[in-house]
Ligand binder design. Structure first.
Ligand SMILES: Cc1cc2nc3c(=O)[nH]c(=O)nc-3n(C[C@H](O)[C@H](O)[C@H](O)COP(=O)(O)OP(=O)(O)OC[C@H]3O[C@@H](n4cnc5c(N)ncnc54)[C@H](O)[C@@H]3O)c2cc1C
Length: 321
């Protein structure tokens, strides 16, 4: 059978894309090919579930526009389906003089991106979050930021897609694309439009298909520490004001629908893309990752040399985790 649209990967990007395509072209034939037996084996099933508001990104950039619009749509979807959501909001705290000097930049970015963002005084922070010790005069408050349950959202999207006659074929690893054909080990599928939503493996598919060679992944692993004290409770998500030159949000709090609280992540380069898989030795993987990344990636060398302090902190936290 020939499809109108074929999507490689059934993570949150593949599923939401299929959902939007079906809304726009309701008679279209859509196929999703997924190499795993389910949709939540990788990032889309293993994340903190935070619906970010879009304050961090360069105003006018594709990333900012997509994040702001996508976050609103995702929230509307979750509410319309009556899925779990905690509209807790987020507080960003300056953690150093440098970080404090970024507060106004981030405030302006948020406003330019159309996100509701408030500057709040230290006293107010400590009133609404007694466990937070704010060392500077102001912090930022974003009421929009929320936490959802990523597995529940994926399941709901899959149920909707099945009802809309979208075909999802699990255990179907795509090898490459040739013209309008998608090749798996067992079968070939033909589609007018093919979307590569393979997450951490998207570059491999693009390279195997002779389509794009510019992009490659530099995998980082993040670990979270669970807080054992059951009386500990934060009302908001607490993040530092990040240094916008780094691709890291900084050590922050997160929580889930069971009331578990976490602090993290560490952020360390690793050898394998999906080093969460069983059998991988985390320390060996980490050591190999640092070696491999240093030897092979000019972007890692740039990041490492120019930001050695930040690099050292995240590496140490990774080893000690
Ligand atoms: C620890 C952690 C916490 C995070 N927290 C948040 C958060 O709070 N909020 C947030 O917005 N983001 C968060 N993220 C990021 C978020 O999880 C990812 O951006 C998102 O899940 C990416 O979705 P995806 O669909 O692109 O990729 P994936 O979820 O990786 O999906 C890609 C799919 O493609 C499949 N695939 C790969 N290769 C093939 C192939 N050859 N053939 C067929 N199928 C293939 C994979 O099996 C996978 O199912 C977090 C990430 C991590 C690691």
């Amino acid at each position: 059978m020939k499809y109108d649209f074929a999507i490689i990967g059934s993570g949150i990007i593949g599923l939401t894309l299929a959902y939007k395509l079906k809304q726009k072209f309701n008679n279209s034939k859509i196929l999703i090919l997924e190499k795993e037996p389910n949709s939540v084996s990788h990032g889309s099933g293993r994340n903190s579930g935070v619906i970010h508001s879009g304050i961090y990104y360069e105003p006018g950039s594709l990333r900012a526009n997509l994040c702001v619009a996508g976050a609103k749509e995702l929230k509307e979807y979750i509410k319309s389906k009556k899925l779990w959501i905690n509209e807790c909001g987020k507080i960003l705290i300056p953690t150093s003089d440098d970080s404090n000097s970024n507060l106004n930049n981030l405030y302006e970015r948020g406003q330019k991106n159309g996100v509701s963002i408030n500057k709040i005084k230290k006293d107010e922070v400590e009133k609404i979050e007694p466990y937070v010790n704010c060392q500077f005069d102001y912090a930022l408050h974003i009421p929009f930021t929320s936490v959802a349950d990523p597995k529940e959202v994926s399941k709901s999207l899959i149920d909707d897609l099945v009802k809309l006659n979208v075909e999802i074929k699990y255990n179907s690893k795509v090898l490459k694309i040739e013209n309008n054909q998608i090749l798996t080990k067992e079968n070939n599928f033909e589609a007018d439009h093919i979307f590569n939503c393979a997450g951490l493996f998207a570059d491999e598919i693009a390279k195997n298909s002779n389509l794009e060679f510019r992009y490659s992944f530099l995998p980082f692993k993040g670990k979270y520490w669970k807080i054992k004290n059951k009386d500990f409770r934060l009302h908001h998500l607490i993040y530092p004001i990040p240094d916008l030159r780094y691709p890291f949000l900084g050590l922050h709090s997160s929580h889930n629908r069971n009331g578990d609280f976490y602090i993290g992540p560490s952020s360390t380069p690793v050898f394998g893309r999906a080093s969460t898989e069983k059998g991988a030795s985390p320390r060996l993987s980490l050591a190999m990752g640092i070696w491999f990344a240093s030897a092979n990636s000019s972007s890692f060398v740039r990041l490492d040399r120019s930001h050695s302090r930040q690099g050292a902190i995240t590496l140490i936290s990774g080893f000690s985790a």
